[in-house]
Design a protein around this ligand. Structure first.
Ligand code: ZN
Length: 389
């Protein structure tokens, strides 16, 4: 077994142990050693040492107030806080859920001397079930995760403000702190809370924040736009989510409400086709424009901003009926009266009304963030197979 900090598979008290070996060095050889994390953000003191206590090898925390090894690892990798009690794991999906999963950390040995071993996180193994239950286990490449995290930092300015600030506060902790402790853990929690607060599309509060951040940051590297997979027709309530851990059945309501709010905000309450803005009457909900799905939710169930567009009632109808077609070419969006219907509409006033919506969509009617604009692949999929479109 590779060198691994793991929770003892049995036993309720939740002791962590170091097991396995790497490059001919075994856990036993590291007796009476302290550990340093080797990370892309510098070396970090763990303040954890392996020592012999009453004939037992124990991982001991040498400075009060420092969280144990697996919590430090989670905070480094922007993972939610893990737990040590087998009885409290969620036994469910998503596997990574704040205060509901156990985290083991496989490491490689960078260097060692008489008293200190420098270890580099290799694999984070999260589990929400017993150690032998592979269905509730998730391996994450630690170095890859650090790289994804750094990519999100680069894009922090395109994140919703509260989320961006929280992400940068966490960045500061993992870069500046010499020991990754409770301040870094709190920073992770703040990111999680901010994502839940802004209603990040598809984000389950308490789950791994990284995939949701990547979606919000418009990063195509790690996570791309969710594929337009068709939901099973006989089970419209089954949602299909970005990552395997999100593939769970859930009631539609909350997600749709988040979708609506996110689309309204991205388009600043204006119809993208004609520019009509939702009325803002004190005491009344803003009405008159709809958060429309590009790929119909009945078939695809894709509640992400990129699959949405804000439209007034008229243009929503015309878009759904394919009377008005949304076009995307060379980064620009435009609206076209479907040539198939154009010749059939003889009423000049109707033509003039629909004509208000046609032509290039001005920049200021589109979401400021490029990542929030209609996904070209979704538009393509929508008209795929429809003749003359
Ligand atoms: Zn309109």
């Amino acid at each position: 077994m590779p060198l691994t900090f793991r929770k003892q598979p049995s036993g309720g008290r939740g002791e962590y142990e170091l097991v396995g070996e790497t490059g001919g060095v075994s856990a036993i050889d590291l007796m009476d050693h302290g550990f340093l994390w080797d990370t892309p953000f510098g070396q970090k003191e763990t303040e954890v040492a392996l020592s012999n206590q009453g004939g037992k090898r124990r991982l001991r925390i040498t400075q009060s107030g420092v969280p144990h090894i697996q919590r430090q690892a989670a905070a480094l990798g922007l993972l939610p806080k893990s737990i040590r009690e087998e009885a409290k794991v969620t036994h469910g999906q998503p596997i990574v859920l704040e205060n509901g999963y156990i985290l083991d950390v496989q490491v490689s040995l960078v260097s060692t001397d008489d008293s200190m071993a420098v270890v580099r996180p290799a694999i984070f193994t999260a589990r929400s079930g017993p150690a032998n239950d592979d269905a509730h286990k998730l391996d994450m490449d630690a170095q890859q995760r650090f790289a994804r995290l750094q990519a999100v930092w680069e894009q922090a300015e395109v994140l919703p403000e509260a989320v961006g600030l929280a992400v940068l506060a966490h960045r500061q902790r993992v870069i500046d702190d010499t020991t990754i402790g409770t301040a870094a853990e709190k920073a992770v929690h703040t990111v999680i809370a901010a994502l839940a607060e802004v209603g990040a599309p598809g984000y389950i509060p308490g789950a791994d924040p990284l995939p949701a951040l990547e979606v919000l940051a418009g990063l195509s590297g790690g996570i791309e736009l969710p594929p337009p997979t068709e939901a099973p027709e006989d089970l419209p309530e089954i949602r299909i989510r970005i990552e395997s851990e999100y593939r769970l059945a859930k009631a539609r309501g909350a997600s749709h409400e988040q979708f609506k709010k996110a689309v309204q905000k991205a388009y600043d309450f204006r119809c993208a086709f004609c520019g009509m803005r939702a009325l803002d009457i004190p005491g009344l909900a803003r009405a008159g424009v709809d958060a429309a799905h590009i790929l119909p939710w009945g078939q695809y169930d894709l509640d992400v901003v990129q699959n949405g567009i804000l439209l007034c009632k008229r243009d929503h109808w015309a878009f759904d009926a394919h009377v008005l077609l949304l076009r995307h070419e060379g980064g620009a969006y435009s609206v076209e009266l479907n040539p198939r219907y154009a010749g059939l509409i003889t009423d000049q006033e109707t033509l003039a009304a629909l004509g208000q919506a046609t032509g290039p969509i001005p920049e200021d009617r589109l979401p400021t963030k490029a990542a929030d604009r209609p996904g070209p692949s979704y538009i393509e999929k929508l008209y795929e197979g429809l003749e003359d479109y």
